[in-house]
Write a protein that binds this ligand. Structure first.
Ligand code: MRU
Length: 349
């Protein structure tokens, strides 16, 4: 299994996703500031993975805290949480993980636990978030695999695989589970401009697992969907509003519209930690804008005239009317999503 992120005695180890597929490097991050920068700079990316990284960053920050009183320790904790929360705005898993860490801290503080005991509880919680994410992906895989026919061609956008999670993946987890169940599956991976998560990361993961993959540029997706070759589309999500609108990697919306136009099922696979019931509609989801250089440069070389204006929204929102089903770790939701998603939260235990 691909090792996306791990807690070790030396610090947090992450595979550097900026260097894949050419280099498989596992740098160690020793402070919460280093982990925060790793999230901002996309050493680690993907909604569930950055949630795990934020939790481990907080645990690391509190191990490094020099506080001698509980009040000082609480001040440090607040600052560390604020720093990690300011790294990326769209994926709700990050804020969900920070909230879990806050809950553990506040509970321990009310119990007047010793600083070292709180440190241990924070590490335990970060490890639980990591472990539970893999379990959730396995469950999602089992629910989702039933929707994939045998001998299927599936199109995906961005990377919603082991690299985007603690392991196994969401959209790629469904594909992996279908393959494990004995089905034959081929994948079209959109390259996913500008960061190339599809070309670099999805293709790398699937090739490692011997799942046949064909990379296409994003602008080829409409043509491929119209050709009749594709049985379904599966993508991950960064935040899902209560009405089922889905924020995911920029370009997802175009793929959903083209799938709808061609009567191809469009599935979203995401754990309940990606669902934000506090937002009624996808219009309220904050969309991250990233640096111009991601668009204007490739490997340090300019690919646009100097000084030209560019836009770089990192995510878009697919309206729920284009989504055939949302596959979660608690079951499959379908229209009307405001009731079906709510029901999954209520029945999950
Ligand atoms: O900017 P990224 O690479 O963090 O964006 C990732 C995506 O949009 C993924 O599709 C999403 O997080 C789902 S990951 C299981």
């Amino acid at each position: 299994m691909i090792r996306t992120i791990e807690w070790t005695d030396e610090g947090v180890v992450m595979i550097d996703q900026r260097r894949l597929p050419a280099h498989e490097l596992y740098p160690v991050f020793k402070t919460h500031e280093e982990v925060a920068k790793a999230i901002e700079e996309m050493v680690i990316r993907g909604a569930p993975a950055i949630g795990v990284a934020a939790a481990m960053g907080i645990a690391l920050g509190m191990q490094n805290s020099r506080a001698t009183s509980l009040d000082e320790f609480a001040r440090d904790f607040h600052n560390v949480c604020e720093r990690l929360s300011a790294t990326r705005p769209t994926a709700v898993n990050l804020f969900w993980a920070v909230e879990r860490m806050r809950w553990v801290f506040n509970h321990a503080r009310r119990e007047a636990s010793a600083i070292d005991a709180i440190r241990k509880q924070l590490v335990d919680e970060a490890l639980a978030i990591h472990r539970e994410d893999i379990e959730a992906n396995r469950r999602m895989g089992r629910f989702g695999a039933e929707l994939i026919p045998d001998n299927a061609t599936v199109l995906t956008h961005c990377n919603a695989g082991a690299l985007a999670t603690a392991g196994f993946g969401t959209a790629l987890g469904v594909i992996r589970a279908a393959v494990e169940a004995g089905k034959r599956v081929r994948v079209y991976a959109d390259e996913t401009r500008p960061f190339l998560q599809g070309a670099r990361l999805t293709a790398w993961e699937l090739a490692k697992d011997n799942i046949p993959v064909t990379v296409i540029t994003d602008s080829m997706a409409g043509h491929i969907l119209k050709s009749g070759e594709v049985d379904c589309v599966i993508v991950g999500a960064d935040r899902i509003a209560a009405n089922g609108d889905v924020a995911n990697k920029i370009g997802t919306y175009m793929v959903a519209v083209a799938a709808h136009e061609n009567n191809i099922p469009f599935y979203v696979a995401a754990p309940l930690s990606t669902v934000d019931l506090s937002l009624n509609s996808g219009d309220l989801i904050p969309i991250e804008s990233r640096a111009d250089e991601e668009v204007t440069h490739f490997r340090g070389e300019p690919i646009t005239p100097e000084g030209v204006k560019v836009a770089n929204p990192a995510f878009d929102v697919t309206p729920h009317r284009y989504i055939s089903a949302i596959i979660t770790d608690a079951g499959v939701a379908r229209e009307p999503y405001d009731t079906s998603l709510n029901a999954l939260f209520e029945n999950r235990n």
